[in-house]
Design a protein around this ligand. Structure first.
Ligand SMILES: [Zn+2]
Length: 386
């Protein structure tokens, strides 16, 4: 992976999806189809939906119920108030007959709609909700560190916070299963260069760029994961991989049953995403929508032409008012932000990280993903989308 190498030749578009030669780590096979398409095809065969998926989910549910016997909860479900996590919670409770504990992490950017949705869905399902709120000065500073680092992804706070909240709650409550709702069919696999996190990388960004002390921030390091996985025997299951309940009828069900309200855009239960998307487009020239829209093209929800037409539309995050609002909340001046947009682009590979170590243990990592101990698509993301 050589991220410094700017694409010299003209943009080459994948024969099938919307990924092109400017995407880091993209490769094309003899038929002109990109490796992201091939990853998705492989995942399709590994994770069947329909009747086969249903049978697998029944087995998973039986296993989770067995592990939860005699305890107040069977599993932890990560929730944001968005469509996918709300539906995942409903599915766990009503279809899989599990006793979930909903866990939510708030880095200070929850929209009011997200908060309302969370309360409504959890009340409607009679599920306990455990919310972990990050100390706001710490959250703001950590996000500012990632912006000052000139790397593509600036919402590390949320990614670390969610993983930490889910595992720490599961460990504390003696729960062995964490259910997630990332759908490779709808959300795709993000190029690793665009979205990377690990504890060493986070520490290095804080060391170099923090201007205030982070007093309450808890990093999530490899030894924590080893403790949770090997000692507490916690597994992560992405149940969304086995069902194909997507699209408007899911939203309609959530609206009718719980009074759930659509935020209008995916990920907009977290308002910082306006800035995340705007920053990437203006600094790195990439548009986050390409990942999801490409996944939808591969899954047949959109044609390639429809996907390209959607990409040509002005994105919702081209909203200067919202950018100013986010920057004001972050305590960062527009001048500093604009200077960062103009500064040389950097990637996680420009900072110390555990990635070389992960590469050495990639087979171990693969086994953990295949055994549903780590999220199933994590291996593809860390070693195939580069
Ligand atoms: Zn493709």
């Amino acid at each position: 992976m050589n991220l410094k190498e700017a694409p010299q030749q003209e943009r080459r578009l994948c024969r099938r999806c919307l990924m092109d030669s400017t995407v880091p780590g993209v490769r094309f096979d003899a038929a002109g189809v990109c490796n992201y398409c091939n990853i998705q095809d492989r995942l399709e065969t590994m994770f069947p939906t329909g009747e086969a998926g249903k049978r697998i989910l029944e087995k998973i549910a039986a296993r989770i119920r067995r592990a939860g016997r005699g305890k107040p909860y069977d599993c932890v479900v990560g929730v944001s108030g968005g469509r996918d996590t709300s539906y995942c919670l409903y599915y766990a409770k009503e279809i899989m007959n599990l006793r979930p504990l909903a866990v939510h992490f708030d880095n200070g950017w929850d929209s009011d709609i997200a908060k309302m949705n969370l309360a409504r869905v959890c009340d409607g399902l009679d599920v306990d909700l455990h919310t972990i709120i990050m100390d706001w000065p710490d959250s703001r500073e950590l996000t500012n560190c990632t912006i000052r680092a000139c790397v593509p992804y600036i919402d590390l706070t949320d990614d670390i916070g969610i993983a930490s909240a889910l595992y720490r709650t599961a460990a504390k409550e003696n729960i062995r299963y964490i259910l997630l709702s990332h759908s490779f069919r709808e959300e795709g696999i993000t190029p690793l260069a665009w979205n990377y996190m690990d504890a060493r990388y986070t520490r290095s960004l804080i060391r170099r760029f923090a201007r205030t002390k982070l007093n309450h921030f808890q990093n999530t390091d490899i030894h924590h994961f080893l403790y949770w996985i090997l000692f507490k025997r916690i597994s992560v299951v992405n149940i969304t991989n086995y069902y194909d309940d997507v699209g408007e009828h899911v939203e309609k069900m959530l609206q009718e049953r719980f009074g759930w309200v659509d935020t209008g855009q995916h990920h907009m239960d977290n308002e910082l995403f306006s800035l995340v998307y705007y920053y990437a487009r203006h600094k790195f020239g990439f548009d986050w929508r390409v990942v999801e829209l490409s996944a939808k093209v591969r899954s047949g929800m959109l044609t390639q032409e429809e996907g390209l037409a959607a990409m040509a539309e002005t994105p919702f995050f081209e909203n200067e008012e919202m950018v100013d609002y986010c920057l004001k909340k972050q305590g960062m001046s527009r001048e500093e932000f604009d200077a960062i947009l103009q500064a040389p682009n950097l990637y996680f590979t420009d900072y110390p990280s555990y990635y070389p170590l992960l590469k050495r243990f990639r087979l171990f990592f693969k086994v953990l993903c295949r055994m549903n101990i780590l999220p199933a698509h994590a291996y593809e993301k860390y070693f195939k989308a580069v």
